[in-house]
Design a protein around this ligand. Structure first.
Ligand SMILES: [Zn+2]
Length: 44
């Protein structure tokens, strides 16, 4: 399963956000699952 950054729209693998929900490219904490229905995942 892959995720996408809400801001820079880059693909992020689930292993990359396993430790910390954050975009590795722009540092955004808003990431959504790349599925038909987007699910917003926010870091606490
Ligand atoms: Zn990003």
């Amino acid at each position: 399963m892959s995720y996408k950054c809400f801001f820079c729209n880059k693909n992020i693998s689930d292993t990359q956000i396993r430790k910390r929900v954050r975009c590795i490219y722009c540092g955004s904490k808003v990431i959504f699952k790349e599925r038909s229905v987007p699910t917003i995942v926010k870091a606490r």
